[in-house]
Write a new protein. Structure first.
Length: 264
């Protein structure tokens, strides 16, 4: 059963410096996993090799794994322009990305933000009503969307969260740029290992299964739009990770500049 429990990062009153420290750690942690490559492979099914592809990332935080995913895609020959967005936007984006400086509600993305929408390890932050609204917004605006989770609501995956405090201690020196907040609240006053552990645990418990994600797309049916759900299986991981792809079919998608459909 999915449990939508309390996460620190979701709270509007949560100190921005700690939120940034947590998301910066997560961006670094993705680098020791095979996820960026696997996510890039899945996202590539929405991209065209012969033109510039525009990506609008939702719930970007400090950038998450986007740099790593883009590196994988560029090595495959894709040309990309990426705009990061968040309800609590960062002051700057990692090069060469742009950060949309106005808060962006993923359930109501401004029509001026063109491109393929992505959500990396963030879809579980939304309760079913809002999660469905995110999909409805992409559907009604006929925008492709790629939802990729880094957690799984399975017992083996949940058990791995016990390693998080140790990983925070080991990986924090690799965070770039590393701030004094990151150092102080990891090693001197060890709040961050506990905060990251808690949010990691709750993220697993919040994660939608492929069947639950598919249920969110019910009634979002059109000859002009199609949905695909499933699991991504990563080496040395205890469970598959859910994903969802929504895309306009070729006749509808051709109307959007910079987008082209490459079918599986």
């Amino acid at each position: 059963m999915r449990l939508h429990l309390f996460e620190w990062e979701d709270q509007s009153w949560f100190p921005a410096s700690l939120r940034t420290a947590m998301t910066s750690y997560l961006a670094t942690a993705y680098g020791i996993t095979p996820l960026p490559k696997l996510w890039a492979e899945r996202l590539s099914t929405l991209l065209a090799r012969d033109r510039l592809n525009e990506i609008v990332d939702l719930g970007s935080g400090s950038g998450g794994p986007m740099q790593l995913v883009v590196k994988e895609l560029e090595e495959q020959g894709f040309k990309l322009r990426v705009t990061l967005t968040d309800l609590y936007p960062a002051s700057a984006a990692p090069a060469p990305f742009e950060y949309w400086q106005q808060p962006v509600d993923a359930t109501r993305v401004p029509a001026s933000l063109h491109g393929i929408r992505t959500m990396f390890a963030s879809f579980h932050h939304f309760r079913p009503r809002m999660a469905r609204q995110i999909l409805f917004d992409a559907f009604t605006q006929r925008r492709p969307i790629c939802v990729l989770e880094g957690t799984s609501r399975t017992a083996p995956a949940i058990a791995t969260t016990l390693l998080i405090p140790l990983l925070v201690l080991l990986l924090t020196p690799k965070v770039r740029p590393v701030s004094w907040v990151q150092i102080v609240f990891t090693y001197i006053i060890p709040i961050l290992p506990l905060l990251i552990f808690w949010d990691g645990l709750i993220s697993h418990l919040r994660t939608y299964s492929p069947r639950e994600i598919e249920a969110l797309t019910q009634s979002l049916d059109s000859p002009e739009y199609s949905w695909e759900t499933g699991l991504i299986h990563a080496p040395r991981t205890p469970a598959g990770l859910p994903y969802l792809i929504g895309k306009p079919n070729s006749s509808s998608q051709a109307a959007h500049v910079g987008l082209s459909d490459r079918r599986n």
